[in-house]
Write a protein that binds this ligand. Structure first.
Ligand SMILES: *[C@@H]1O[C@H](CO)[C@@H](O)[C@H](O)[C@H]1NC(C)=O
Ligand SMILES: *[C@@H]1O[C@H](CO)[C@@H](O)[C@H](O)[C@H]1NC(C)=O
Length: 198
């Protein structure tokens, strides 16, 4: 069965894509650290979205997957896909990511991700922790005026479900406890026969 595609305007605001943010009535927290000594090469490949901040744009999308591939110019191609289990529509979006500050002495897990050829002018994808092999915790905050902010949050996994590993759970929960509003977090369905293999 062929799934239908939604419009580009909607796709541009999807998940795992450094967008799909939710609004908070507070300024961006300033004490959040991205990972140090980040390796883009180790981060390449396929990831499954396990949790995210739900936004209206991403509403009802599950089976979210993202694939990172190195481009010739050392930027990263970002290929996102998601499937709506309620109405069978799927969405795909192609983007480009670059390290936010490639000349820093210590490379941090901060990337500028953009879609559909938009400029990479926002540091909007911060890897707070990853072991590259199993899990990644990604966060971003963009100020909206002086009193508000838009935050994104994703937990990614190399496999459709996270392994029940105590150390990994501890690392993820440690970050969530400090920075994440759990009431806004949505679990992404990955284990469903209808999830397409992208
Ligand atoms: C399916 O639902 C999504 C949002 O929930 C909507 O954007 C999309 O247009 C719908 N697709 C179809 C084919 O109804
Ligand atoms: C990424 O975006 C930030 C602004 O958030 C900018 O200062 C930086 O120069 C950008 N990096 C690249 C490589 O374009």
């Amino acid at each position: 069965m062929q799934s239908s595609f939604v419009s580009v305007a909607v796709v541009a605001c999807l998940c795992g894509m450094a967008s799909g943010a939710i609004l908070f009535d507070r300024a961006c927290p300033t004490e959040v650290d991205a990972m140090s000594y980040f390796s883009v090469e180790s981060y390449l490949g396929k990831w499954y979205e396990i949790q995210r901040y739900e936004s209206e744009f991403e509403l009802n999308f599950d089976c979210v997957q993202v694939r990172y591939t190195l481009n010739d110019d050392e930027s990263v191609e970002v290929s996102n896909s998601a499937y709506n289990l309620f109405n069978g529509s799927s969405i795909n979006a192609l983007g480009r990511a670059v390290l936010s500050f490639p000349d820093a002495d210590i490379i941090q897990g901060k990337l500028n991700v953009s879609f559909f050829g938009a400029p990479n002018d926002l540091s909007n994808y911060w890897v707070l922790d990853t072991d590259y092999q199993t899990f990644s915790v990604v966060w971003n905050c963009q100020p909206v005026g002086e009193q508000q902010s838009e935050e994104s949050f994703w937990v990614l996994s190399r496999t459709p479900t996270l392994p029940a590993d105590t150390d990994i759970m501890f690392r993820i929960h440690n970050i969530m406890r400090r920075y994440i509003d759990r009431s806004q977090v949505r679990f992404t369905r990955q284990v469903d026969d209808r999830c397409p293999v992208f």
